[in-house]
Design a protein around this ligand. Structure first.
Ligand code: SAM
Ligand code: SF4
Length: 326
C-alpha cells in the first residue's frame, strides 16, 4: 500500500503481547506494565482477520514481536494461521530466546521463516543488570541449540550502551556461526529515554581494533534497513541499524500494530488508527480497510528523534517499546 509520501508499505509488525519474562532497562519498567482486561487487547482471531485485510491491501511481510512473543500462549498456532493467509510471503519473529528451546520445533513446523534474537552481552552479571533477570545461561544455550538446529535462519540483535557489554564477545557469534550480529541504536522511547547508547562509530572502532577492518557488504540480508559488513575469518556478517544517526525514513516500509490494536504509523509519534475499536464495534472488513487507508495517508514523513531542541515534543510517543512492539 502506498502512503502519503509515495513509500510502499508492505511490512506489519504485530505486538502479540505486552507481557515479558525479562525487564530490559531501556524497554520496560521494573514493575512491568499494568495487566489489561481481555477485551482491551487483540485476540488471535482478531490478528488473523487483520492480517487478511492487510494482505488484501498489499502487505507481504509480518513480524511477530512484543513484549515477548514466546510468553503468548500457543504462539506457533498464530504463526501457522498467518502463514496460510494468501499474499503473506514471510512471517518472522523477534524474541529474547528465554523459552526458545521448547518452541523451536513447533515454530519451525508452523512455518516461521526467520527469527531475530535479542542479546546485549555475554557477561552473565551484566545480562542480569540489563534485563533484571538471571536468564543468561538459558538464553545462550537456546541460541546454541537454534544455531545447531539450523532450520530457522536467525540474526542476533544487540543494543550497545556500555563498554562493559564487551561487544566484541557478542560479535564473535558471527565469527563462529553463519549468522548476522546487528548493533541497533538505542531509541529515546519509554525507559530508553533515561539511557545513552553507544554510537555506531564507537562500536565500529571497537570491533576494528579487535578483529581488523570491517568491509562493506554489498549483498542483501532480509528486508530491513540494516547495513552489513564482512570481517576476515567470520562465518557471518556484522550489521548496524542506526535509526537516529543514519536516518532511513525515506525508505520506511513498515507500520506497527500494538497489542491493544492501535495501528501506529511511526515509532516516534502517536499517529494512527484504533483498529480494535473498529472490530469491537462490529465493523466490517471494508471499515477496517478504510481505517488502515486513513492511517497510512497520515503516516509521518520522518521521525525527529534527532531534533534535540525540544520543539518536536507534541505527539511524542509515551509508551515503551514492549507496548509498541519494537
Ligand atoms: N522481547 C522481544 C525481544 O527482545 O526481541 C521482542 C520485543 S523487543 C521490544 C524488540 C527489540 O526492541 C529488541 O531487540 C530490543 O532490544 C529492542 N528495543 C527495546 N527498547 C529499545 C529502545 N529503547 N531502543 C532500541 N531498541 C529497543
Ligand atoms: Fe522484554 Fe524484549 Fe523489552 Fe527486553 S526488549 S524487556 S526482552 S520486550
Amino acid at each position: 500500500m502506498i502512503d502519503g509520501f509515495g513509500r510502499n508499505i508492505d511490512y506489519l509488525r504485530i505486538s502479540v503481547t505486552d507481557r515479558c519474562d525479562l525487564r530490559c532497562v531501556y524497554c520496560m519498567p521494573e514493575e512491568g506494565v499494568p495487566k489489561l482486561p481481555h477485551d482491551a487487547i487483540l485476540h488471535y482471531e482478531d490478528m488473523v482477520r487483520l492480517v487478511k485485510v492487510f494482505a488484501g491491501l498489499g502487505f507481504r511481510k509480518i513480524k511477530l514481536t512484543g513484549g515477548e512473543p514466546l510468553c503468548a500462549k500457543n504462539i506457533d498456532y498464530l504463526v501457522r494461521e498467518i502463514k496460510q493467509v494468501p499474499g503473506i510471503e514471510q512471517v518472522t519473529m523477534t524474541t529474547n530466546a528465554v523459552q526458545l528451546d521448547r518452541h523451536l520445533l513447533p515454530l519451525y513446523e508452523a512455518g516461521l521463516d526467520a527469527m531475530n534474537i535479542s542479546l546485549d552481552t555475554l557477561d552473565r552479571d551484566l545480562f542480569f543488570r540489563m534485563t533484571r533477570r538471571d536468564k543468561f545461561p538459558e538464553v545462550l544455550e537456546n541460541i546454541r541449540q537454534a544455531a545447531e538446529f539450523g532450520k530457522i535462519p536467525m540474526k542476533i540483535n544487540v543494543v550497545p550502551m556500555a563498554k562493559e557489554q564487551k561487544l566484541w564477545d557478542v560479535a564473535e557469534l558471527a565469527r563462529d556461526y553463519p549468522i548476522a550480529v546487528r548493533f541497533i541504536e538505542l531509541m529515546p522511547i519509554g525507559t530508553g529515554k533515561e539511557y545513552d547508547g553507544c554510537t555506531r562509530e564507537d562500536t565500529m572502532e571497537l570491533l576494528t581494533e579487535r578483529f581488523g577492518p570491517l568491509t562493506p557488504y554489498a549483498g542483501t540480508l532480509g528486508n530491513g534497513p540494516a547495513e552489513y559488513f564482512s570481517i576476515d575469518g567470520f562465518a557471518g556478517k556484522i550489521g548496524f541499524i542506526s535509526a537516529i544517526s543514519h536516518k532511513f525514513c525515506d525508505s520506511c516500509n513498515r507500520v506497527r500494530l500494538t497489542s491493544t490494536g492501535f495501528l501506529k504509523t511511526c515509532l516516534q509519534y502517536d499517529t494512527g488508527e484504533d483498529l480494535l475499536k473498529v472490530i469491537r464495534a462490529g465493523g466490517t472488513d471494508e471499515d477496517l480497510e478504510e481505517a488502515i487507508g486513513k492511517a497510512l495517508a497520515g503516516k509521518p514523513r520522518a521521525h525527529h528523534f534527532d531534533v534535540s531542541d525540544g520543539s518536536m515534543s507534541v505527539g511524542d510517543e509515551a509508551h515503551g517499546m514492549s507496548q509498541i512492539g519494537g
